[in-house]
Design a protein around this ligand. Structure first.
Ligand code: SF4
Length: 464
């Protein structure tokens, strides 16, 4: 049986087609409101964006969803988790860093109307272990404690590309984002005898000139586990202790000291789906829902310190109970879309409808698949690749008016405006202000004072 995915497109021309309203509309259409019973603690898992990233979801989506949860009697919190370092200058690797970055990006308890929580604690070791015998490669997962302890979990996901996962959708939001720091080490296959960075990266110390390299210090400083030693003419690596934190990959790769380990990346893409299943099992299969906002579809994830222009137009708003189906629906729609002119999709010549865009625009190494997470998810029973896309009609606009006072203008303002006279009727014979009686408005429509010649235009008007 195909899994239903509820969908509204990304056009917005009226209050009831605002993307925030569409998100709430598909939330209800997919029955995600029925997951919540009064008193439930509801985790809303977001990606709050790395420092200087600009494509992450605006906090208003999480706010509107938290308000909705409260209206259903639930007790929401919005959360993200600490990261591995992933790069030498990370901004979300501890609770302290993550809170500072989240706050700068607008994810504050004040903005959200509910607490913003770092779900895996100060250093990312606060977690809950789950067995996943069904897993394709992982057999256990470590789920951020606050997520595992929640009664209901809503994955509110910005759908976009990802350097390692190829796509960053619902599966990745939980398969990486709901894992604690040690859970992320597990997903990134640290210590794995075949697929870890330590065991799969091809190391070329001969490409390092040691302390002759300009800025050689970063070759040591990129590793939070202190595994590199730069000598006078080369570099040493204690690869057997490598945790696969990826902190060095962007430093060593461009210098030719590492060959990017495709084997590690490809295996991690499968592990992401396993770990997503772990998160769902930790909360309960009938207590997890997914919303994907496929807007600002940037080629890299929100975990990088920048955001390139989107590679596809905004695709729309999706909701489902099935993380595999919802990601497959987004990937299919991105593939069908015309790529954006001037974007990386055009540069990589995958901008035509029908072309896979993420594999060339997003993946850091060649040979990865934009469907590996989806295929693994289908194999292990995480969800179904067979989906039915159900278009949802716009909601009643009356349900989405300004909640503090949904009355129309006269009822709200007539008395106060009369009392304080916001328009000065008493001046200039009721006209209110001192202004020219009439001006040539055509003259200012055209930059040089020229009136565009049309049959209705009698003559060109000069500047003076
Ligand atoms: S060597 Fe291993 S532990 Fe050190 S930064 Fe690289 S991936 Fe991380």
């Amino acid at each position: 049986m195909s899994a239903p995915v509820y969908y509204m497109n990304a056009r917005s021309e009226s209050p009831q087609t605002s993307l925030v309203v569409k998100m709430l509309t598909v939330f209800e259409a997919a029955g995600l409101d029925t997951l919540i019973t009064p008193g439930d603690v509801v985790a809303i898992k977001v990606h709050c964006g790395e420092w200087n990233n600009t494509a992450y979801l605006r906090p208003v989506y999480a706010r509107a969803l938290a308000d909705k949860v409260k209206s259903l009697g639930g007790r929401p919190f919005v959360c993200d988790t600490t990261t591995l370092t992933y790069q030498p200058f990370s901004s979300r690797s501890t609770e302290l860093d993550l809170l500072v970055t989240a706050e700068r990006n607008g994810y504050t308890s004040a903005a959200l109307g509910c607490p913003f929580i770092v779900a895996d604690g100060f250093l990312g070791t606060s977690d809950y272990r789950v067995d996943i015998p069904e897993g394709y490669i992982l057999k256990e997962a470590y789920i951020a404690q606050a997520i595992a302890a929640a009664d209901v979990l809503i994955a509110l996901t910005h759908f976009k590309g990802h350097p390692m996962g190829v796509i960053g959708g619902a599966i990745k939001n939980l398969g990486i984002g709901a894992q604690s720091k040690r859970g992320k080490h597990n997903v990134h296959l640290g210590g794995h005898p075949k697929y870890s960075i330590g065991n799969s990266a091809v190391f070329h110390p001969e490409n390092c000139r040691g302390k002759q390299e300009p800025g050689w210090e970063i070759l040591e400083d990129c590793c939070p586990y202190n595994l590199f030693t730069v000598t006078e003419d080369s570099i040493l690596w204690e690869r057997e202790k490598c945790t696969s934190c990826l902190g060095c990959v962007g430093v060593m790769g461009p210098r030719g000291i590492f060959e990017f380990p495709e084997l590690n990346f490809a295996a991690v893409d499968a592990a992401i789906a396993d770990a997503c299943l772990g998160a769902i099992k930790a909360v309960g299969r009938d207590k997890v829902g997914f919303i994907n906002l496929a807007i600002d579809v940037s080629p890299r994830c929100d975990c990088v310190n920048f955001a390139d222009m989107p590679i596809t137009p905004n695709l729309g708003v999706f909701a489902s109970r099935d993380p595999v189906a919802i990601d497959k629906a987004c990937v299919d729609m991105a593939r069908k879309a015309q790529g954006i002119p001037g974007s990386l999709a055009e540069e990589m010549e995958v901008h035509h409808p029908g072309e896979k865009k993420f594999e060339l625009c997003s993946a850091l190494v060649h040979g990865l698949s934009e469907e590996a997470q989806i295929n693994t998810g289908a194999l292990i029973g995480l969800g179904s690749k067979d989906y039915e896309l159900i278009e949802v009609p716009p909601d009643d606009p009356a349900k989405h008016r300004f909640p503090p006072d949904p009355r129309p203008s006269r009822k709200r303002f007539a008395e106060k405006f009369a009392k304080f006279m916001t328009f000065p009727y008493d001046r200039y014979e009721g006209k209110g202000f001192l202004r020219e009686e009439e001006v040539d408005v055509e003259r200012v429509k055209h930059g040089n004072g020229q009136v565009e010649h049309t049959p209705e235009t009698e003559e060109v008007v000069g500047d003076d």
